[in-house]
Design a protein around this ligand. Structure first.
Ligand code: CO
Length: 289
């Protein structure tokens, strides 16, 4: 009799768990205000909604971009607002996926925002697991190099060079990851270079190597989630200090191929795997010790 009661109790408890646990996914990007750059982010969002695993919301960390979009009548949530929204939707197990390239300044800021929300609203979520950005392991880098090289224009001929534009930031750890990525690309294909618009991996170092390679055509592609402001202006824009203009002035033909990383399925798959493998539970930091 006692065992039967115990068995019943176990069944009841097992049945009760799904009723109380509800998961949702919050995707967090730096953001973009350019309409033409949105397919990269919207595409990632679609990859998550297709899984039909609870609500999926999008937040941008950049105040400037969110304010601009709000003025244009196209509001995007902040991380804090999106977490409140998830709570309203009854989500108890929150997954947060960083759509940043490296675990650097923007990613640290995201973690701080999440911790602040949890501290102010204790008990709202049972778990808050944050998925790593794109490049955190050797395997990520191998996968990213393969995906990006496969995405280059099909009409690229031997000898045509490729220049990828990353973001970079000399105040945080991002520059080291960009240097590792630049080395990995160049090793996989000696006609591919990666430089960054800010930080230490400057295009000034790449331009002489490009010239020396004898390339006549240079494909230009952003190494950022979106082909936004940096890709359209600093990389391929008409100003004389854009990389395209400098390549032209050096006697080569720049060919912009403005596809954001978020437009590539292989990149979306890496983010999805980082969400599934997230171990950092910011709602239970003590338990993780
Ligand atoms: Co920037």
């Amino acid at each position: 009799m006692k065992t039967r009661f115990a068995a019943l109790l176990v069944c009841f408890l097992l049945a009760a768990v799904p009723a109380f646990a509800k998961s949702g996914t919050l995707l967090v990007a730096f953001g973009t205000s350019m309409e033409s750059a949105r397919p990269a982010i919207d595409g990632i969002e679609q990859s998550y909604t297709q899984r039909k695993d609870g609500p999926v919301l999008l937040a941008f960390t950049s105040d400037i971009i969110r304010n601009k979009l709000a003025r244009e009548g196209k509001p995007v949530l902040s991380v804090n607002a999106a977490m409140h929204e998830m709570a309203k939707l009854g989500v108890t197990d929150l997954r947060i996926q960083s759509l940043h390239i490296a675990p650097a300044e923007e990613y640290s800021q995201l973690e701080r925002m999440v911790v602040k929300n949890i501290t102010k609203n204790p008990g709202t979520f049972k778990t808050v697991k944050v998925g790593y950005p794109l490049l955190v392991s050797e395997k990520d880098l191998d996968d990213v190099v393969k995906v990006v090289l496969a995405s280059l224009p099909a009409d690229r001929k031997p000898g045509d060079a490729v220049v990828l534009m990353g973001h970079g930031n000399n105040r945080g750890p991002g520059d080291l990851i960009m240097a590792a990525a630049a080395a990995a690309f160049h090793k996989a294909d000696p006609h591919v270079w990666l430089a960054t618009v800010e930080g230490a991996n400057s295009f000034d170092n790449v331009l002489p190597q490009l010239k020396a390679s004898g390339a006549k055509r240079v494909f230009l592609q952003p190494f950022m989630i979106v082909a936004g402001d940096h890709a359209n202006n600093d990389l391929a824009g008409p100003d004389e200090d854009s990389w395209a203009s400098r390549i032209k002035a050096a006697g080569m033909r720049p060919v912009p191929h403005l596809k954001g990383l978020g437009q590539l399925q292989g990149i979306r798959d890496i983010f999805l795997s980082h969400t599934d493998n997230a171990v950092i539970d910011l709602a239970n930091t003590k338990k993780a010790d």
